[in-house]
Design a protein around this ligand. Structure first.
Ligand SMILES: Nc1ncnc2c1ncn2[C@@H]1O[C@H](COP(=O)(O)OP(=O)(O)O)[C@@H](O)[C@H]1O
Ligand SMILES: [Mg+2]
Length: 232
């Protein structure tokens, strides 16, 4: 099990209490190996974002355990958890989450700085990361001047800033047209295949299914064996 990057055991997440209680993730166990691309599919409200937030150490489980590279992150205090998050995990969100007043280059350089890479080294790495996603000629642009596909490529460059072993994408293609969606999916595939990063993508976009090594289906917070057709 040397190559297991992420391991979830009987993970549950509840929001609220009493009558407002929602069981968003219900007893999920799974593992993600190095270089593997895992897709998490399921209808809206099935618990994809909640599951990914726990995988990414943004949210703690109500119950169960999570190990990242052999460390039980579900047991870490907040400060140590934040450190793990910055050092080992990269996020790509549906809504891009770029800082609008910073240039493309500054957005990536800031992420590097937060991870401890500053000055010359940070400047050079930010440029290299943006060149790698085909945006070497847009370094000084503001996010508002980019297309959706370009913005998502900036956020991929930013997610890679601290060379994470785990990359998490929450519906990364939801706001993109097919061509850009395909391009982003290809880029994530390359990261797994060529750089050995583990990639977990939540999506209900069946178009990106063919890049996955494994597809998990969530139904009402539980892992299902097969896709289930929603009965209206
Ligand atoms: N912060 C929250 N507080 C209360 N309920 C939440 C919160 N976030 C999500 N939920 C609920 O948890 C369930 C799973 O949501 P979510 O993880 O966002 O699913 P998905 O990403 O698949 O749409 C839904 O019923 C949703 O309404
Ligand atoms: Mg979601």
């Amino acid at each position: 099990m040397e190559d297991v990057v992420l391991w979830l055991r009987n993970v549950t997440k509840e929001y609220g209490t009493g009558r407002a209680r929602v069981l968003a993730v219900d007893d999920v166990s799974l593992e993600v190996r190095q270089g593997e691309i895992v897709l998490v599919m399921g209808p809206s409200g099935s618990g994809k974002t909640t599951l990914l937030s726990m995988m990414g150490c943004i949210l703690r489980p109500t119950d169960g355990n999570i190990w990242l590279r052999g460390t039980e992150v579900s047991a870490l205090p907040e400060g140590a958890l934040a450190h793990v998050r910055r050092r080992h995990i990269g996020f790509v969100f549906q809504s891009f989450n770029l800082l609008s007043s910073l240039s493309v280059w500054e957005n990536v350089a800031l992420a590097l700085q937060i991870g401890g890479t500053r000055g010359e080294a940070g400047a050079r790495q930010a440029k290299e990361l943006l060149e790698a996603v085909g945006l070497g000629d847009r370094l000084d642009s503001l996010p508002a001047d980019l297309s959706g596909g370009e913005k998502q490529r900036v956020s991929i460059a930013r997610a890679l800033a601290n060379s994470p072993s785990l990359l998490i994408g929450d519906e990364p293609t939801a706001n993109l047209d097919s061509e850009n969606g395909r391009r982003v999916a290809d880029m994530l595939t390359t990261l797994a295949r060529d750089q050995g990063r583990s990639v977990v993508i939540a999506t209900h976009d069946a178009r990106i299914m063919d890049v996955a090594d494994r597809v998990l289906y969530l139904v009402d917070g539980r892992l299902a064996k097969k896709p289930r057709v929603h009965q209206g």
